[in-house]
Design a protein around this ligand. Sequence first.
Ligand SMILES: C[S@@+](CC[C@H](N)C(=O)[O-])C[C@H]1O[C@@H](n2cnc3c(N)ncnc32)[C@H](O)[C@@H]1O
Length: 337
Amino acid sequence: MAARSEAKLADQTPDQKEEVRPSPPPQKNEGGREDDSTEFISKMALYDLERADSVIKSIQHKPEWTAADTASFDCMHYDGNAALDHCARMLGLDQEPPHQRILDIGSGFSGTGRYLASKYKAVVTGIELQKRFHELAKEITSRSDDERVRANVRSVNADFLTLDAKDLVEPGEILHVEFDHVVSLLCIMHFSKEDRVRLFKRAHESLKINGTFYIEDFYHRKPMTDDERTALRDVVSCTYLPTAPEYITDTMDAEFVDAIWEDVTVQWQPIVRARAEEYRRRKDKKAELERFYDTVAELFERGNVGGVRLTLRKRDPEEDKEKQELEFEGRMKNGSG
Ligand SMILES: C[S@@+](CC[C@H](N)C(=O)[O-])C[C@H]1O[C@@H](n2cnc3c(N)ncnc32)[C@H](O)[C@@H]1O
């Protein structure tokens, strides 16, 4: 096995009784959002735009860009398009009429939107916190050789937690506040415990009744060591991870139902390891990014940090009424009402 970089986590036994929390996340401002959340997140080595910039420079001469032209950097979730085909299946995109409206929280370079628009005829609005990511996303989409992509994919530069519905439209456009589906791939791990609650509430507000919320994320699979928590915070810009029951409870509190929880830790382990080894072989590798890839691979191999695909449905308030009516009828029949 190739030598690991200095980022190797120290061997420690997880403290099963009491978990040590990493140092506190950035201070909150009045609006409840971390003051320097953009800065905190943008420090992550994966978000170094040098690679993206150099690819973009090398394809400037082409009048139109194919998906393959930007594939080396524009997808930041694991398992590339296979993950998006899985997401599309969970949303039922292959069975629904075209032009399903999808909101993508933390859309990066809009790679997800372009794929879902091109293959599944979806209309995708991505919300991206980092301005430069958003600008590159816009450029890649506008230069796409696929008309469906150019017409149906949009990037909005905003923090999903403070976004105003009006930000979602260009001047003169009709505002669709309710989306058929909301997706978020490898973004929610950047949110604090309190901000997650707000995110689930906002995702719920953005969805039509019975709409689907599809998430890919990290979660607290088993008790973590101090070192793992520190690595998560310092290398992955992640200050908090919920356990599976905590995760589900937070989404249920936001009125989501029918949770389908798929643990993909074992599936992701070889993917993140292969990515780290592939990067290590590159002549132009940078120490910070190598450290990032190594740390993620090691965290997953240890198995305390897990990967999850979570599918949820926005509950229909009428369900309660129907349920109550059925219960009432049942009581009447039994003569107990
Ligand atoms: C690991 S990247 C994943 C990008 C994309 N989902 C993908 O699969 O390629 C996570 C993205 O979420 C963005 N992000 C983090 N917090 C956000 C927030 N509050 N609002 C919008 N975007 C956010 C980050 O800037 C980053 O581009």
